[in-house]
Ligand binder design. Sequence first.
Ligand SMILES: [Mg+2]
Length: 224
Amino acid sequence: MKSPDSPRKILVTDFDGTLTQVDFFQAVLERLLGDDMSIWHSYCQGKITHFEALAGYYQQIRLSEISLKSLVGELGFPPQFSLLLDQLRFAHWDLVIASAGCEWYIQQLIDAQNLKCPPTIHANKGSYSKEFGLIMQLPKDSPHYDPNIGISKTSVVKSHQGLNQWVAFAGDGPTDLAPALLVEPHLRFAKGSLARLLSEKGESFVPFDRWEEIPFHLIRYHSK
Ligand SMILES: [Mg+2]
């Protein structure tokens, strides 16, 4: 049983490439849009925002909704997610998803789990039609609104930090660097370009390959 002075424990996780094995953006780019990097190059040159780059690609999708949902089902979402979430909660860890991607596909994968108590999701709003593609909208009403990426993962992490609160963070990309640096190294989980960026800075972290490793690690080493 949880005692009154037990720390509150929150795992904030990125979604694309972290909770899933495959990034929705990469899947869309490689399989649907012919690997056209021109919009991305405009983002890298600072001409458009990260949000505008993703939205620019997503509105070009012209698959049937069923086909796009099928693609979402192939992103490599953890098959044992429901069980892992229960185990995290049993160890008094809550899960929060913070993503610069789109709630449209995140919600689908979470809904498919039939969870009694789903995790909180902070992401860009969106709707899909074959005629107009996936239209993303900036979440201007979110307390974590960021005009460049939509949702500030840094703001999400900060909102959970405080006295007697443990915050872990997991990510895989450049937009995860700032929030990752806010948490203690032993609660900082990284893969991909986030792992490379942290290494270049001489910052330590817990490496992972599949998201499933993170709940096991937290339950084994950080439950009290
Ligand atoms: Mg990611």
